[in-house]
Design a protein around this ligand. Sequence first.
Ligand SMILES: NC(=O)c1ccc[n+]([C@@H]2O[C@H](COP(=O)([O-])OP(=O)(O)OC[C@H]3O[C@@H](n4cnc5c(N)ncnc54)[C@H](OP(=O)(O)O)[C@@H]3O)[C@@H](O)[C@H]2O)c1
Length: 297
Amino acid sequence: MVRRWLVTGCSSGLGRALAAAAARAGHDVAATARKTADLDDLVAAWPGRILPIPLELRDAAQCEEAVRVAADLLGGIDVLVNNAGAGLFGAVEEVSDAEVRDQLETLVVGPWRLVRLVLPLMRAQGHGHIVNVSSTAGRMPFPGLGAYVTGKHALEGMSRTLAAEVAPQGIRVTVIEPGGFATRYGASLAESVRRLSVYSTVTAETLRGVRGMAENPDMGRPEDCAAQVLGIVGADGAAPLRIPIGDDAYASLEAVEQASREELAAARALTRSTPPRPSATPPPAQGHGPERPGSGG
Ligand SMILES: NC(=O)c1ccc[n+]([C@@H]2O[C@H](COP(=O)([O-])OP(=O)(O)OC[C@H]3O[C@@H](n4cnc5c(N)ncnc54)[C@H](OP(=O)(O)O)[C@@H]3O)[C@@H](O)[C@H]2O)c1
């Protein structure tokens, strides 16, 4: 079945591989890039099937225009892939208000805005699929990537809520959680202006690992991630909401889930063993009916 895709961040990496894979499979793709010249070779390879659209996610007007143009050119949008993203390196104490806001504009506000813009179209069609590209960082911390981790956690929280809200409208939501893939992500990682030497030993390993991703032979190929996404979108029937991609992602997230279960059990044991504090004595009833236990705040 031919689908109409809107994929963000197609100048490189996972987005570029996905746009190419979808076009190769016969789908129509509105592919966005900040500089559409970066898409010239894709457009030349699949003329008429890859439609280049300029999009800077932090620009609200450009988001509106991108969705409008994509829907006009394609005659609708069946699949939105919120793929575009970039990271910011810096310990939590090092990252400024402006830097964290900027990171969240790209990782949360922009994708959220695109979701809001495509939903009326998808609702009118009676179907649609929103694919939000998160990361293992959407479920676990990485020292030195607090703003990125926060953005991906927020994207997952939004997606899980959205899924429950739009399922009755026939709209599906999927969160993709890639492990390590050899892309420009490491090279384009920004760094916070403020640096405090106290954090260098805690965060240095993260920075080294991320910067070296493109040359690391253990990283996956973007084409393999793209093939998985294509398969997920094409699959009928019930599917998990959050889908890790890559053996490394499963290994990390299984460890995270195990640690989370142990944390919950330890918290339960702690709260059960801690005697409750005496509560304040309630004022005497003033004739407003029977006393009820408090419902909490
Ligand atoms: N590679 C991995 O191992 C990995 C793992 C987990 C999750 N991810 C996620 O996968 C997605 C794609 O990343 P990638 O690895 O393919 O990295 P990439 O090669 O650097 O590609 C990122 C894409 O996002 C675009 N982009 C970044 N900021 C943008 C903004 N503000 N507005 C519009 N476009 C913007 C980039 O455009 P420009 O070329 O103009 O900068 C580029 O097209 C991201 O969401 C990333 O967080 C990647």
